[in-house]
Design a protein around this ligand. Structure first.
Ligand code: NAP
Length: 493
């Protein structure tokens, strides 16, 4: 059992200094925990916003909602901020709250092993150094490990090729034939920038048409920014509006209530109307028309893509890819599409979570064994065989278009409530009981049947059995489930 002194002054290791890792340090310190080390694999904070630097990158959640609750930012330049502005915000918060002194940069964690005798975690880095911690947080993000498409001949491509999250800024794109594989949220932000390049020719390879919703971006005027500074409630109002708007958006995907079904009909109609109004050529329109239910895949929010795809220097190719050759992509109809540069906007492995690091819990159980049948975690965060371990943004964390920052903060507050109980000696370890985990998993499975995700599509929202990795119920239900930990679901003294 963890000693009383260790409980009073526990050592905490957090893996990752992205959006979640930063706010974990701030909130844990506020909860009276001082002994905190963050292991960050790179040289900088910011996670996904440090890593993704592709042209056109921005956030499709409103800026004042994509902000820590405790650090509103009247200086946001626009309604939907750019990636570099968001990265700068996280750097500023890191500095203001003195988070940096807790971070060890360039520390790639390779293995975490739980020791049952001491109730501690041993965390190893790539140099073989080992740290001990009473409490361990994985804050490695959801969309972190890029998916490199398994296409024959990819390695033989003669030009520059890179995944959207590993943008090669040294590649000269001027007057080049650029191929983009994918038409998800990322590709639809990149393509409008590529079409502007002088002399460029863009070939877009689409496997599945997307549901696209138009939400225009706009800059905040100096007057508005002054109002945000003088009356912070104005920022709070945008936050509340955004949360309510997306909560109703989610309800339309997960609820059978007549009003939610009606909302689903309306947003589907609105999506088709936007497509029909925007795309003049009937053949192109047909290619861009989705053949599956609205919301089954993550809806793309983008006001620029339909215009970009109609430019004279863009081709939309819907014939499936057969192979890649040194000179370009060959589609199944045998046509070679000659390319100088290849961009893979092919998404991320949303089931990687903390991996590829080795993760070993009680009795030598590996995370692969724990998840052999299903990616599950009690309330998205707790695994029975992995005590005193907190999986931030784990399976069925809401995702979708809600602000991930709010989700991360709610999970942190839930974790702190449990840590307080553990420090008070009411919990032996912080570990969900297997039966609690089973009940949670059964509830999720039952809820799935009420969602649009069972309607049939390929999506990173779904695991290999077609069950949701997203939260399959209303936002308010999730918030309610994360308010007060039920201690009887945890191993007690
Ligand atoms: P994604 O939504 O998973 O899209 C990947 C695209 O690549 C899809 O069009 C997919 O086709 C295609 N693809 C994958 N493998 C392929 C293959 N072998 N051959 C042909 N096509 C292939 O990935 P993403 O666009 O990077 O976006 C991932 C998520 O990141 C988003 O859903 C969103 O949550 C987040 N994101 C958010 C923002 C924001 O503004 N907040 C911006 C960018 C990304 P299929 O559709 O047929 O699978």
């Amino acid at each position: 059992m963890t000693s009383t002194s260790s409980r009073q002054d526990p050592s905490v290791v957090i893996i990752g200094a992205g959006m979640t890792g930063i706010q974990l340090v701030i909130k844990l310190k506020q909860a009276g925990i001082k002994n905190i080390i963050v292991l960050e694999k790179t040289h900088d904070v910011g996670g996904t916003w440090r890593e993704n630097t592709y042209p056109g990158i921005c956030c499709d959640v409103p800026s004042h909602a994509y902000t820590y609750s405790f650090e509103p930012n009247p200086e946001w330049s626009s309604f939907f901020p750019s990636g570099s502005e968001i990265h700068a915000y996280f750097k500023k918060v890191t500095k203001k709250y003195e988070v940096e002194k807790h971070i060890r940069f360039n520390q790639l964690v390779t293995r975490c092993v739980y020791d049952e005798e001491s109730n501690t975690w041993a965390i190893s880095n790539a140099d073989g150094e080992v740290l001990q911690a009473d409490l361990l947080f994985s804050a490695t993000g959801i969309l972190h490990q890029p998916v490199i498409p398994d296409i024959s001949g990819l390695d033989s491509f003669a030009g520059a090729k890179f995944h959207s999250s590993q943008w090669d800024h040294d590649a000269d794109l001027i007057s080049k034939r650029i191929g983009v594989i994918g038409t998800g949220s990322t590709a639809t932000q990149i393509i409008p920038e590529l079409v502007k390049l002088a002399g460029s020719k863009i070939s877009v390879f689409q496997r599945t048409a997307q549901w696209i919703v138009k939400m225009d971006n706009r800059d905040f005027s100096d007057k508005e920014k002054q109002q945000f500074r003088d009356q912070p409630k104005r920022m709070e109002r945008i936050r509340t509006w955004s949360a309510r708007f997306w909560a109703q958006g989610t309800a339309a995907l997960v609820s059978d209530r007549w009003f939610d079904r009606l909302t689903h009909k309306l947003v589907s109609w609105n999506g088709l109307r936007y497509l029909n109004k925007s795309i003049k050529d009937p053949e192109l329109r047909a290619k861009l028309t989705p053949d599956y239910t609205f919301g089954c895949k993550r809806v793309v929010i983008n006001p620029l893509f339909y215009d970009a795809i109609q430019q004279a220097n863009v081709d939309l190719i819907t014939e499936n890819i057969d192979r890649i050759e040194p000179d370009g992509i060959v589609t199944k109809d045998g046509v070679l599409h000659p390319l100088d540069i290849l961009v893979m906007a092919t998404g991320f492995d949303a089931t990687a979570f903390m991996r590829p690091m080795g993760f070993i819990g009680k009795s030598g159980v590996t995370i692969e064994q724990a998840w052999a049948k299903k990616f599950n975690a009690y309330r998205s965060m707790f695994l029975p065989d992995f005590p005193n371990f907190f999986l931030m943004l784990g399976p069925n964390s809401p995702i979708g278009n809600q602000s991930i920052i709010e989700i991360s903060e709610i999970q942190t507050e839930y974790a702190i409530k449990l840590i307080d109980q553990w420090r008070a000696g009411k919990l032996q370890t912080i570990a969900a009981k297997p039966e609690a985990m089973q009940a949670w998993a059964s509830m999720l499975k039952e809820r799935m049947g009420h969602t649009v995700w069972t309607s049939g599509c390929q999506s990173w929202y779904l695991d290999s059995e077609g069950d949701a990795l997203a939260w399959p119920d209303k936002w308010s239900k999730w918030v309610a489930a994360m308010q007060t930990p039920d201690l009887s679901d945890f191993v007690q003294n």
